[in-house]
Design a protein around this ligand. Structure first.
Ligand code: AKG
Ligand code: FE2
Length: 369
């Protein structure tokens, strides 16, 4: 498989699940977007002292802190990560420029039913009877992004947007490589252990070394909502990545579901980035790092943006628990899969996907309801 986009071609999405409404024209929450009230299951960060860890990447104990956060929460925030807040502001402002355009212009970059890149509703939309209060723009391929954004902004006006996104992805790739190193060190997994696990049957070790990780950049826009308590930005889900690095800027909205506690708001910390463990690292660590169940809620007063960087292994990888983490106390939980296979499972089974990858689905449920 040359690119992960090809895997999505087998799972086309109906157009009505792709085309967002024109949020500027909506002054009351439409019935089609009205969800059950959030009051019952939502807790606020002020009423609870459980806050996901905030970790300084320059802390001498960083490996321990990250390892602990990954095992207990599957999520944490990082500061001192080397990406200046002024640059994060620039990326946010370029993203805002795109979403504040008239709907007609954004639709010029609409995702096609069988692709991942471009403008549209979230890919999880078909799993829900109600529409989400969200519009997104996904970038997986540089030339496709240039193509799409030059339709939105003709005469070269797409350049500042593309330049900022390109630069951001470069910085995030370095940061994500570094984070993966720390996470694996915390479990005493060496690069060789990982290579043996990720190795596709037809690739040589050298092929794998030279292959780039697969990544995607996802801009999420949540316009101010007339009735936020009955709307949903992104419903409960886990990410299909090794892990995701998320910038949620200055407005709250991200919540992580913590076992035995419920939904915990991740408070925005200026300049910090949130790291969420995804399904692939959950499988690779044999469940040692649980993939974080999370969602995004919306608000009445302002237009919230978030920017997710999804970091995955090379496209041809085989996904399997690292054998070093399997012993008589920790029996193997997941079978060997190709990434393409897992994308197929996720496209069909969404929140039940991990149990479809499990050796013993009865025991290994990942029911997020
Ligand atoms: O907007 C957020 O805070 C969450 C975004 C998210 O979960 C995603 O893009 O997968
Ligand atoms: Fe997510």
């Amino acid at each position: 498989m040359k690119s992960i986009s090809e895997a999505y071609k087998d799972h086309p999405i109906n157009l009505h699940n792709i085309i967002p409404i024109d949020f500027k024209k909506v002054h009351e929450l439409p019935e089609s977007h009205t969800w059950p009230s959030l009051d019952q299951d939502s807790i606020s960060d002020t009423s609870h002292d459980q806050v996901i860890p905030i970790i300084d990447l320059e802390d001498p104990n960083v490996m321990k802190l990250i390892g602990h956060a990954c095992q207990t929460w599957g999520a944490f925030q990082i500061t001192n990560h080397g990406i200046p807040i002024s640059f994060l502001d620039e990326v946010e402002s370029q993203s805002r420029k795109l979403f504040t355009l008239p709907s007609k212009q954004k639709l010029k970059a609409l995702r096609t039913p069988d692709s991942v890149g471009g403008y549209g509703r979230p890919r999880m939309q078909p799993f829900f009877p109600k529409f989400l209060w969200q519009e997104g723009f996904t970038m997986v391929d540089k030339s496709a992004t240039i193509d799409q954004t030059s339709k939105i902004w003709p005469h070269g006006d797409h350049t500042p947007f593309c330049r900022a996104m390109e630069e951001y992805q470069k910085k995030l790739k370095d940061l994500a490589n570094r984070l993966l190193g720390v996470m694996l060190d915390s479990l005493k997994i060496t690069n060789d252990d990982l290579r043996l696990t990720l190795l596709g049957s037809s690739s040589s070790l050298e092929d794998l070394k030279s292959e780039a990780p697969h990544t995607a950049l996802q801009l999420n826009s949540y316009p101010a909502c007339p009735n936020p308590n009955r709307a949903m930005g992104l419903a409960s889900h886990t990410d299909t990545s090794l892990f995701t690095v998320l910038y949620q800027s200055r407005s709250r909205g991200l919540q992580i579901r913590a076992n035995g506690i419920g939904w915990v708001t991740v408070p925005p910390v200026p300049g910090a980035l949130v790291v969420n463990i995804g399904d692939l690292l959950h499988i690779l660590t044999n469940g040692r790092f649980p993939s974080a169940v999370h969602r995004a809620i919306v608000n009445q007063s302002h237009h919230r943006l978030s920017i997710g960087y999804f970091y995955g292994p090379p496209c041809n990888s085989k996904i399997a628990p690292v054998r070093k983490l399997v012993d008589s106390n920790h029996p193997i939980r997941y079978r060997d899969l190709t990434w393409r296979e897992y994308i197929g499972i996720k496209a069909k089974h969404f929140d039940k996907s991990l149990s479809f990858a499990a050796v013993n689905p009865q025991i290994d449920t990942n029911d997020q309801s």
